[in-house]
Design a protein around this ligand. Structure first.
Ligand SMILES: [Zn+2]
Length: 255
């Protein structure tokens, strides 16, 4: 069984000095690729370095809505200058209604980073919390990202999902789905399976219910797989197969 963790943050200080064993453990449960997502320009070099150190690690570069500083805007040009086969997406970018960062500034960063993704022809990795109407308005303004994208740790309802699919989006699910308590999520999962589903951990954040209170790690993707298997009643091997092939296709991973 092959699995791809399409969203984690291996740059995190929680993982410093421990990545050899963390990646080994992930490989032990079948993870063949991981996409680490930078959140601020200060991390970009580290993300690239991690992908050099570990054959399984691919990287995405961007500015996360929680951590926007106006000065970062002067750094965005760097995203178009990096040549690396493992640089697979622009992200983590997005919109979040529950953060203190001004929504106008978030929209500016989001839309400008979509323009960059189009320029370098890479998909986008999007964080969206409580701001799906703003997200769709932004997408209508700038158009569908040319190489598609994923909404990670997806929390939208079925109606929002139907509006996002024509913009070329996939939807990735992580630890939150292990709580198995959302009718809305089940409805969305059934609708998007198998064509638009991806798996993630968002490590070190959002541990599955089985590992509550712990630092999340990529090997915990098996709990996400198990929860989705129980929810949509499809075999784990089948879910692993379709999500792996979706991830390879979206991120153009050569593995
Ligand atoms: Zn994240």
């Amino acid at each position: 069984m092959q699995l791809i963790d399409v969203h984690c943050h291996l740059e995190s200080e929680h993982f410093a000095g421990k990545l050899d064993s963390i990646i080994e453990n992930a490989k032990g449960v079948g993870v063949t690729a991981l996409i680490t997502c930078a959140i601020v320009p200060d991390e970009w070099e580290l993300s690239q370095k991690l992908s050099k150190n570990f054959k399984e690690v691919f990287f995405a570069l961007g500015v996360h809505p929680w951590y926007i500083a106006e000065s970062y805007h002067n750094e965005l040009y760097r995203l178009t200058h990096i040549q690396d086969d493992k640089y697979c997406a622009i992200g983590e970018i997005g919109l979040d209604a529950k953060t203190h960062i001004d929504m106008q500034l978030q929209k500016k960063f989001f839309e400008d980073q979509i323009a960059i993704a189009n320029e370098v022809y890479k998909p986008v990795i999007v964080h969206c919390r409580g701001a799906f109407n703003e997200l769709i308005a932004s997408l209508k303004r700038v158009g569908a990202p040319k190489a598609g994208g994923v909404i990670h740790s997806y929390s939208g309802n079925l109606d929002i999902t139907k509006q996002l699919i024509p913009f070329g989006f996939y939807f990735s699910f992580g630890g939150a789905v292990t709580f198995r308590n959302s009718k809305k999520k089940l409805e969305v999962l059934r609708y998007i399976y198998p064509d638009y589903l991806l798996l993630e951990t968002d490590s070190p954040d959002i541990p599955p219910v089985e590992k509550s209170g712990e630092i999340n790690v990529p090997e915990n993707i098996v709990y996400v797989l198990k929860a989705i298997h129980e929810l949509i009643e499809k075999p784990q091997e089948e879910i692993a197969g379709v999500t792996t092939s979706n991830a390879k296709k979206l991120f153009n991973l050569r593995i």
